[in-house]
Design a protein around this ligand. Structure first.
Ligand code: PEP
Length: 247
């Protein structure tokens, strides 16, 4: 899976141009799933621009209630209604700036799965946590806190994205070894939650300054099953090259 997180970027004209610019690469990408995550306001525009191209539409966030007095929030039902198939949950920017916790991540995952949305669940450590050798403990807490209580069927509708916070938007990419080590540990943790057979089938994406010049090496790692891409997903040429990675 190659998923673009557009964050709070793009106008409607830019969104259309961007999708038109990656459609050729997406059509050629027979063995990979391409996902774009525009802001809420552009989901409908993006859906129209996608047309029949094999590009899935993701929202960047959802509320766990189906409807109600929650000013400013958007529900899973609303996302399905507008044509989303995927939703990003627990991005580090939500955790850092908007009070997202493992408990609210868990509630959002439940809400997404209830309406048939595929959840892309983000985990990752800060620089301080990495320097204090807490990476695996932090990831373990996030995985257990967000994914506890889910059965094997739920894991079929779920992708994990490992995004070291220090590598997001900084140009500092984790080395392939650093990324692969954490991905392997995540797969092991998933195995303890849901069993090794199911854990083998869960895709684990890497995110954090993925670019055309580092994507091939990352994707060659045995436990890296795709990428969640911020900055480079806003450039159709760069994201097309990421979609076309070779390993
Ligand atoms: C992200 O926002 O999920 C991300 C990985 O951003 P960037 O690729 O810009 O580091």
């Amino acid at each position: 899976m190659l998923a673009g997180n557009w964050k709070m970027h793009t106008t409607s004209a830019e969104a259309t141009t961007l999708i038109e610019g990656i459609a050729t690469a997406a059509r050629a990408a027979k063995d990979r799933e391409v996902v774009v995550g525009p802001p809420f306001t552009l989901l409908e525009t993006a859906k129209r621009a996608i047309g029949d191209a094999p590009i899935s539409l993701a929202a960047q966030h959802l509320h766990w209630e189906p409807k109600g007095a929650f000013t400013g929030e958007v529900s899973g039902e609303m996302l399905r209604d507008i044509g989303c198939s995927h939703v990003i949950i627990g991005h580090s920017e939500r955790r850092q700036f908007f009070g997202e916790t493992d408990a609210t991540v868990s509630q959002r995952i439940g809400a997404a799965l209830r309406v048939g949305l595929h959840a892309i669940v983000c985990v990752g450590e800060s620089l301080e946590q990495r320097e204090n050798n807490q990476t695996l403990a932090v990831i373990d807490t996030q995985i257990r806190g967000g994914l506890h209580g889910l059965d094997a069927a739920a894991f079929a509708s779920l992708t994990v994205a490992y995004e070291p916070v220090w590598a997001i938007g900084t140009g500092k990419v984790a080395t392939t070894e650093q990324a692969e080590d954490v991905h392997a540990a995540i797969r092991k943790q998933l195995g303890t939650l849901v069993g090794g057979d199911v854990a083998e089938t869960v895709r684990i994406l890497y995110g954090g300054s993925v670019k055309p010049d580092n994507v091939d090496a990352l994707m060659a790692q045995p436990n890296i099953d795709g990428a969640l891409v911020g900055g480079a997903s806003l450039d159709p040429k760069a994201f097309s090259r990421i979609i076309e990675f070779s390993n």
